[in-house]
Design a protein around this ligand. Structure first.
Ligand code: GLU
Length: 597
């Protein structure tokens, strides 16, 4: 392999761009929220699921199950599944309601990745509905006139950060491929809730209050979240007539009603007219948008295949690298509380994140060593680095096999968590894992026709080069920003055994990898696996979850050589294990439930 000027460039590039992580750490993620008593009028089944979750027990079922971030959305999906709909049908209903009741996290104005296991063919398919950069965008999109990167929120709030939404097209595409139910009917529940009003959850109310200044910069957003000038409060009934109308159009005419015509015109006008921070999205960008089927990325782990979404997501590759590096180490013989287990997991994560920062981006625009990064030989070589007793003194990107040579500089993207994850298994045995997002909490803060527009473009690197070497994840026209979303299906002997994913910015990767390890190595059920205290190392500090026993490992991990930080780690894991029965787990840090029959 010829890396040309690699040794010289490496000297400049080995240092982690602390800029990105410092910025990400400076802003608190979405706050965790209580769930019980927050929702009234739920079915007995949903109340039982909330009860099971607060007891720390998984939900059990025989034929189908759905787990997502809000009980109202889960109930909409459950109704579809009960009536014989597929997981793809149920997903449409869940997403339509999530866009209403959890508007800060995902919706029509955002993008998503979907992993599908098809029971009939036994195949895994991944669909990329990531937002695209406008064709008018250039690599300096997030730089000021002097070429300096914009401050994160100066870039986020307004039109500049808005990419072409992918979620409406994904709903239609997934339904066309795998749906059975009548398309229009899948929106009934969301339309009824939007017209009749839904109860504002504690989480939504808290996030609105926390973000008051930014949300009130745009009149339509301010009117909705601050009716009469006062922030919506938990327990208020909130009506979203504009959203109901938007859904009615999509229900009647399909996703094309979103990508052309009056909705598209309003989106473009709102983005281009955003005061102080206009963007460049055009009607051509919307008209050209398509969902792309990509090859799934699967990495073997202890007789399982951990499968997920490849580039432009770094999710499956980085989760895959972490578990692939750990293959050579016996975690099952170590206690979940042992510092040695977390040394191995922490350093496997550091090695994987080093590669992520160097190599991963949209493969339609930049060459990437996708196969090399998860090849058995490469992962074995990386795994051997963990044979010592202490934290690795230095971690650098590795040298994976390339189809051809190209050198990139380390990335400097900033990702802050919002987002939502949906896991579904239907009565035919199909499984769906979908992570869906508008990026930051409330996205760009611009509301159009009852939904918020994403700020996904800030997932690109603001910097284009480092010491003259290009950064793979720089902005380019039509390109999809690198993601960390890791919708995952773990397979054994060709069948799904675990359907899982989470929000959480780049911490998603750690949350998902840890839950997979907890389930497969430590035998935890799905509720235990999603509830367990978090340990996340993204190639910077070792983050331990405050208020949990993870914080007890602060000292031992510091003694091994890590810089340790104790703080809130607000995942939103939703998982279903598939065995003799189905078991579902919903993250206690958020408001969701798992429901099944
Ligand atoms: N925009 C992020 C990504 O695609 C997700 C943000 C989050 O999870 O909160 O990786």
């Amino acid at each position: 392999m010829d890396h040309g000027y690699w040794p010289l460039a490496a000297a400049f590039l080995l240092a982690w761009p602390s800029y990105a992580q410092e910025a990400a750490d400076a802003v608190a993620p979405e706050a965790a929220t209580e769930t019980v008593d927050a929702f009234s009028g739920l079915t007995d089944l949903a109340n039982a699921a909330l009860g099971a979750k607060s007891d720390g027990a998984p939900t059990q079922a025989e034929t189908w199950m759905v787990a997502a971030a809000n009980p109202l959305a889960v109930e909409a999906g459950a109704r579809v599944l009960r009536e014989g709909g597929t997981a793809a049908d149920a997903m449409v209903a869940v997403q339509a309601v999530l866009g209403l009741v959890e508007p800060q996290s995902s919706g029509l104005g955002g993008g998503a990745f979907l992993v599908w296991y098809d029971a009939q063919s036994g195949s895994v398919t991944t669909l990329d509905a990531r937002e695209t950069a406008p064709l008018a965008a250039d690599p300096t999109l997030f730089q000021d006139e002097s070429g300096a990167p914009l401050k994160f929120f100066d870039a986020v709030v307004g039109g500049l950060s808005v990419g072409t939404p992918g979620t409406p097209r994904l709903l239609e595409d997934a339904h066309r491929r795998w749906g059975r139910a009548n398309w229009a009917g899948l929106f009934d529940e969301a339309i009824a809730l939007a017209e009749g009003g839904f109860t504002v959850s504690p989480r939504l109310a808290e996030l609105v209050a926390d973000d008051a200044e930014r949300l009130q910069r745009f009149p339509s957003t301010a009117e909705y979240f601050f009716p009469g000038g006062t922030a919506v409060a938990a327990g208020n009934m909130l009506v979203n007539a504009d959203y109901a109308e938007t859904l009615q159009l999509i229900a009647a005419k399909g996703a094309s009603a979103f990508y052309s015509g009056e909705i598209a015109e309003d989106i473009v006008a709102a983005v281009r007219g955003a005061e102080g921070n206009p963007g460049q999205l055009s009607s051509i960008d919307l008209a050209l948008y398509s969902v792309i089927e990509r090859p799934p990325v699967c990495v073997e782990y202890r007789e399982h295949d951990v499968c997920g979404m490849g580039p432009p997501s770094s999710g499956a590759l980085t989760v895959g690298q972490i578990v692939g590096i750990l293959n050579g180490h016996d975690l099952a013989s170590l206690e979940p509380t042992s510092p040695e287990a977390w040394r191995l997991i922490g350093d496997a994560s550091r090695l994987a994140f080093a590669d992520r920062g160097r190599y991963m981006a949209d493969t339609d625009f930049v060459p990437m060593p996708v196969k090399g990064l998860v090849s058995e030989d490469y992962l074995k070589a990386r795994s051997e680095l963990l044979s010592g007793d202490d934290a690795l003194p230095e971690v650098a990107p590795g040298d994976p096999e390339w189809d051809h040579t190209l050198l990139f500089a380390d990335d400097a993207s900033i990702e802050l968590p919002s987002t939502s994850h949906i896991s579904i298994v239907d009565s035919d045995g199909n499984a769906l894992s979908m992570t869906t997002t508008i990026e930051n909490s409330f996205g760009s803060r611009i509301m159009v026709r009852g939904f918020l527009l994403n700020n996904e473009l800030t997932d690109f690197s603001f910097q284009t080069h480092e010491n003259g070497v290009p950064i793979a994840n720089r902005v380019e026209p039509g390109k999809r920003p690198r993601s960390s979303m890791a919708p995952t299906i773990v397979m054994k002997e060709g069948k799904p055994v675990l359907v899982i994913g989470s929000p959480g910015g780049s911490r998603i990767i750690g949350y998902v990898a840890q839950a997979v390890i907890a389930h497969l190595d430590w035998g935890m059920d799905v509720q235990q696996a999603v509830s367990m205290p978090h340990f996340v190392n993204r190639f910077g500090t070792y983050d331990l979850e405050e208020g949990t026993w993870a914080a007890d490992l602060q000292q031992p991990l510091a003694e091994l050589g890590y810089e340790v930080n104790v703080g809130e780690l607000n995942s939103g894991l939703h998982a279903i294990s598939v065995g003799e029965i189905l078991q579902g787990g919903a993250d206690p840090r958020r408001e969701g439930i798992a429901l099944g029959e």
